[in-house]
Design a binder for this molecule. Structure first.
Ligand SMILES: [Zn+2]
Length: 251
């Protein structure tokens, strides 16, 4: 497992991902710093949730996912019917984000589910990001490019698509950051600086491929996401790993 180095933008404390918990939090202020798809794929709570979701799908119970897909479809219909009604489109995309949190809870920091004001920050910022991708010409072009790269993805040569995808996602992050500095944009939930937002955006744009690829590709893809300087060499791995391992709870 390759560990990732983070520095908290609130308190400047450095920490290293532990490869077992999907979210890495700052040990001092608890700010969520980064997300690890490989840790998620090995997480027993996540595996239980996947199994439960598969069972619910068999039984036709797919409420959270259906609500999310329906709100995205409503937003697309609204944009088509009246492209000038930005307020209504924004409202529908905030609703889509709220449903997305329930449909994919593992992608959101734990605080989202125990602090309703924080959840509202996630909803406002997530809805705003989705809106920009539908009304800003540069972001629309980048979203189309990213869709094409994802479509061309081939398991036997993943870097051929993931390298240009990473560049497009970096451009997307720079443009979103620029737009977020304009006064009407809602605050990013953690007030992350530009580089931290870029790492998180790339984590979600590229990281989902990691569990499906051979470990030979993990280091180059993590370097695309975080930058080579933030990857911890194997012999630098934290020594207190075993000590911090949580005792196994009975199932
Ligand atoms: Zn901190």
């Amino acid at each position: 497992m390759i560990a990732i180095r983070y520095q908290c933008h609130h308190c400047a404390i450095e920490t290293i991902s532990n490869s077992r918990t999907p979210w890495t939090h700052c040990p001092s202020c608890d700010c969520p710093l980064g997300f690890d798809w490989l840790a998620l794929s090995g997480d027993e709570h996540y595996q239980r949730w996947l199994a439960q979701r598969a069972l619910q799908a068999q039984q036709g119970v797919t409420a959270a996912n259906d609500a999310y897909m329906q709100s995205l479809a409503d937003a697309d219909a609204c944009a088509k019917a009246d492209p000038t009604n930005i307020a209504q489109l924004g409202r529908l995309l905030r609703l889509a984000t709220d449903h997305c949190i329930d449909a994919f809870p593992f992608l959101y920091p734990h605080r989202t589910f125990r602090d309703s004001a924080y959840r509202q920050l996630q909803v406002a910022y997530g809805g705003w990001s989705l809106l920009q991708q539908r009304i800003d010409a540069e972001l629309k072009t980048l979203a189309l490019q990213i869709g094409e790269f994802a479509h061309d993805f081939a398991l036997e040569n993943p870097l051929a698509t993931l390298e240009p995808l990473a560049q497009a996602a970096q451009a997307q992050s720079r443009r979103l950051f620029h737009l977020s500095t304009l006064s009407e944009a809602p605050a990013e939930p953690e007030n992350r600086p530009a580089q931290a937002r870029q790492r998180l955006l790339l984590t979600f744009a590229l990281g989902g491929y990691l569990p499906h690829l051979s470990s030979d590709y993990h280091r180059p893809i993590l370097a695309l996401i975080h930058g080579q300087d933030h990857l911890v060499a194997e012999d630098e791995s934290p020594r207190d790993d075993e000590r911090r391992r949580k005792p196994k709870t009975p199932a």
